[in-house]
Write a protein that binds this ligand. Structure first.
Ligand code: ADP
Length: 458
């Protein structure tokens, strides 16, 4: 039995007991001195007073507990649910308070979980590359992520504003309007007036599930389109570069078939065919090399190498070509360039390409110099010449595939892929290749390759 109920029964029992006591007192002689009516009245009065005192004490206790519950309710209303509720007791009031307390804590748990979901959703939307914006059924901007804000240059306080005001792009506004009036999902390609170089794709659909409002997902496809254009140009360039020697080979082969009498002409035609076939072979070799590098199939295989000897070997290989143009070729290798852990085959290909270019593009009688130095854990190789140099506007493009400063200047055996391969090989080392024009004329190519720290000498 609950304590307060027990107290109530006890009070009633005490009243009845007092009444009985008065009655007994009356029957046993007290009545001699007092009339029965007075005795009953006395006993009843006593009982009423006892009941009143007990009821007042009980009511005060109830009031205090109710006040404590009200205080807790106010604290909850202010959002302070940190402290646990007190012991509410196990009577009806306690049970009601406990039920409400549990309901409040359950609600709080749901609010916390909703807030966590919301924060997670905002973090996801905020880190998305795609722009996302939601327009509600009344045409107000409900949600805009950072990417959408950047792409459409939407002001930061745009949420809650009518979409026609917030989205300044007429095409997007028109399409959102169509969807709000029940139109089907749409895709729209456009550029913004502020930055015509960027190409965007917007996909618009009704908000999934509810079917009310519109969700717009924006993709910046500029890089994709650029990559696609590069791919198309590449295919066109390859076709062109292959067609030129093929046409020559076919032409001279036909001439050979038609006019097989003159041995001198035959020899000349065959030489031309051989030259063009060699050029095609070089082109295909370079293309395959680039494809391997693109696919990440070439790995670094490092071993201690003598860079001075490596450079000298390349210069010796090309001595005939340099001598034919009366070029002076100087080499130097600084201290610390011996025993560097590099991929010698790849360093060889880098330097050979640069030296070949320097020899090819420098006028007869010019100078070419190759210098290797070790700067800390970086191997620096410069290849300079005093040829025509590279026009400033082309400096940033010579490492692109098939890019030639002047098509007519392209060397006969060149593929237009040499510097692209050099750049790939330098990148593979985690290094770089740069080009600048020398103050006194000519080009200067600088390759920087990080090398593994040298083991301490023992
Ligand atoms: P290519 O096979 O035509 O030499 P590369 O990729 O090696 O192709 O070079 C790209 C272009 O850069 C060349 O066509 C040429 O116009 C320019 N170039 C490269 N090296 C030099 C240099 N040392 N001096 C002047 N121009 C150069």
């Amino acid at each position: 039995m609950r304590s307060d109920t027990r107290l109530t029964i006890f009070t009633a029992a005490a009243g009845v007991a007092l009444l009985a006591l008065g009655f007994v007192w009356l029957v046993l002689g007290g009545g001699a001195a007092t009339s029965p009516g007075v005795a009953v009245a006395l006993a009843a009065g006593l009982a009423v007073i006892t009941a009143f005192i007990t009821a007042s004490a009980l009511a005060a206790r109830y009031r205090n507990r109710a006040q404590a519950i009200v205080d807790i309710g106010r604290r909850y209303a202010l959002g302070d649910l940190s402290r646990p509720g007190p012991d509410y007791g196990d009577d009806d009031l306690g049970m009601a308070a406990r039920a409400l307390d549990a309901a409040v804590h359950e609600q709080e748990r749901r609010i916390v979980s909703l807030a966590r979901d919301r924060a997670r959703m905002q973090a996801i939307l905020g880190s998305m590359v795609e722009g996302v914006l939601v327009v509600d059924e009344s045409g107000r901007l409900q949600l805009v992520n950072e990417a959408a804000r950047r792409m459409l240059r939407i002001e930061s306080d745009a949420a809650g504003r009518p979409y026609v005001e917030a989205l300044r792009h007429p095409g997007v506004v028109e399409h959102v309007g169509r969807l709000l009036t029940g139109g089907p999902p749409q895709t729209l390609e456009f550029s913004t007036s502020r930055d015509a170089s960027r190409e965007l794709v917007a996909r618009l659909a009704p908000v999934a599930g509810t079917g009310r409002g519109v969700v717009v997902v924006l993709h910046d496809v500029t890089d994709l389109k650029r990559a696609d254009q590069i791919r198309r140009d590449f295919v066109a360039n390859v076709s062109h570069e292959l067609r030129t020697p093929l046409t020559a080979i076919r032409g001279y082969a036909e001439a050979l078939v038609d006019d097989s009498e003159d041995p001198e002409a035959r020899r000349r035609f065959l030489e031309i065919i051989q030259r063009h076939a060699t050029r095609m072979e070089r082109l295909v070799k370079d293309l395959l090399r680039l494809a391997m590098l693109d696919a990440g199939k070439e790995m670094l295989e490092t071993a201690p190498a003598d860079i001075g000897a490596l450079v000298q070997g390349i210069v010796d290989d090309m001595a005939t070509a340099a001598a034919a143009k009366h070029l002076r070729v100087a080499t130097s290798a600084g201290p610390g360039t011996k025993g560097l852990a590099v991929d010698a085959a790849k360093v060889h290909d880098i330097v050979r390409n640069l030296v070949e270019n320097a020899i090819n593009y420098t006028q007869p009688g010019g100078d070419v110099a190759i210098a290797a130095t070790a700067e800390g854990d970086v191997l620096v190789i410069t290849v300079t010449d005093n040829g025509p140099g590279i026009p400033p506007e082309d400096l940033g493009r010579v490492f692109e595939r098939f890019y030639r400063v002047d098509k007519s200047r392209g060397r006969p055996g060149g593929t237009g892929l040499g510097l692209a391969i050099v750049k790939h090989l330098a990148d593979l080392h985690g290094g770089s290749v740069t080009v600048e024009n020398r103050a006194l004329g000519g080009a200067a190519f600088t390759v920087r390759l990080p090398v593994a720290p040298r083991a301490p000498l023992t």
